[in-house]
Design a protein around this ligand. Structure first.
Ligand code: ADP
Length: 397
């Protein structure tokens, strides 16, 4: 770059910029809020993050004052700009919004300097003043670039991680199907070869292996179909508002619930955040149908209830399904998310022991988690929960 012209006003302008940084931060926030109509708490959710912006303004002031010192990776302002990129990725912002934010920051700082420059006594030439403006422009452009690059890098890393998890999920399903097919082939060839020589009881045992394996495959395929239905194009994540996802699932399970005389209750204050449709619908189908399957025949009033709340940072939503069913006995609680695990209390109910493990894998693939809480269940039932990333639906513009 050409050696910049020294402007005698630069040190004074930089000083005023630093002095006004908190006020400028506030004005910037107001402009963003006016534009995107989002709660300011969501824009900079913590005090620490709100500290970023004054530091960015300091960095801009430093560069205006001393342009010989290039903005390089080791200056603190660059580290802050990178952190901001990571944070915006985690908050579900788009690249366009980052560019817009910096455009607003540039315009807030520029109007401030326009308002203050005439009150400085010192003389300077027009070209010197223009060079000061150019430094301001360059400092903002560099910071904007750093934030955006970091934002995109973080996004790429998340996509790669998600792909890796999906590959793991595919490996798991393939492995299970192969095992089941081997069991069917093994048992049926023994039966075919020595039908006459096998005792009745043994024969029944082999037949039951075949039946159970086929049922297992059917259930696994149904789970896979749920994923496919919920997300027609696997490469594209579909987002829906949480209440709509819950609605869709309760609609699907309405007949099953009424057949078993279990009522599905849905809280009327579900947060209207946007969530990954495939993961949330799959989890809820499993949780709610388990709540129905494992209802307690001894109780007259049987219910499954869905509630949800945002977590403190507002970046994820926790959805819980509780029931007043038979509950999970203490030794089984640790293990219900394992593949093929079934508590010994449910041997008379049909199932594969695969549903919860698929929920756990799927939710993990979108950056969330799944777990059960057993002690608090009202009426001795169970509570199953997921926490998944949630987007503010206002962002959808
Ligand atoms: P499946 O229901 O096909 O057996 P899951 O993986 O969905 O498989 O569940 C694993 C086990 O966890 C079940 O067999 C059952 O023992 C227990 N379980 C799951 N949900 C509930 C529930 N709501 N109430 C009681 N037990 C449950």
């Amino acid at each position: 770059m050409d050696t910049p012209t020294e402007c005698p006003l630069a040190p004074e302008l930089a000083r005023r910029l630093r002095e006004a940084r908190d006020d400028l931060t506030r004005r910037w926030l107001e402009r963003i809020v006016a534009r995107v109509s989002v709660d300011p708490k969501n824009i900079f959710p913590t005090e620490e993050l709100l500290d970023h912006v004054p530091l960015l303004i300091d960095g801009i002031a430093d560069y205006m004052e001393d342009p010989a010192e290039e903005i390089s990776a080791d200056v603190p302002v660059i580290a802050k700009a990178m952190e901001l990129g990571e944070m915006r990725q985690a908050q579900g912002f788009g690249a366009y919004e980052i560019l817009k934010e910096y455009e607003l920051l540039g315009s807030v700082i520029f109007s401030f300097l326009v308002g203050t420059v005439d009150s400085i006594q010192e003389e300077c030439s027009r070209s010197e003043l223009l060079s000061c403006g150019q430094r301001l422009f360059r400092a903002i452009a560099v910071i904007q670039q750093v934030t955006t690059v970091q934002f995109l890098r973080q996004g790429d890393a998340e996509v790669r991680e998600r792909e890796e998890r999906l590959r793991g999920f595919n490996r798991m399903v393939t492995h299970e199907l192969k095992n089941r097919i081997s069991a069917v082939l093994g048992a049926s060839s023994i039966l075919a070869e020595s039908w006459a020589d096998i005792e009745e009881g043994e024969r029944e045992r082999f037949l039951s292996i075949i039946r159970r394996s086929a049922q297992g495959m059917q259930a696994t395929l149904e789970d896979l179909l749920t994923i496919t239905h919920a997300d027609g194009d696997a490469r594209q994540q579909r987002h829906v508002r949480l209440p709509e996802a819950v609605n869709e699932v309760t609609r699907q399970l309405r007949d099953m619930a009424s057949e078993r005389e279990v009522s599905i209750r849905v809280a009327d204050d579900l947060p209207p955040v946007e969530v990954d449709a495939a993961a949330v619908e799959l989890s809820l189908v499993n949780y709610i149908s388990n709540g129905i399957k494992y209802s307690d025949p001894k109780k007259r009033d049987r219910w499954v209830e869905v509630r949800a709340y945002r977590s403190e940072e507002d970046q994820e939503v926790v959805v819980e399904v509780r029931d007043n069913g038979i509950g999970v006995p203490p030794p089984a609680r640790e293990r219900v998310f394992e593949r093929f695990y079934r508590a010994d209390t449910v041997s008379d109910v049909e199932g594969t022991g695969l549903g919860l493990s698929i929920v756990a894998e799927t939710v993990k693939a979108v950056g969330g988690r799944a777990w059960g809480e057993f002690d608090e269940g009202e009426g001795g039932g169970a509570i199953f929960k997921i926490a998944v990333p949630a987007r503010r639906s206002e962002d959808e513009a």
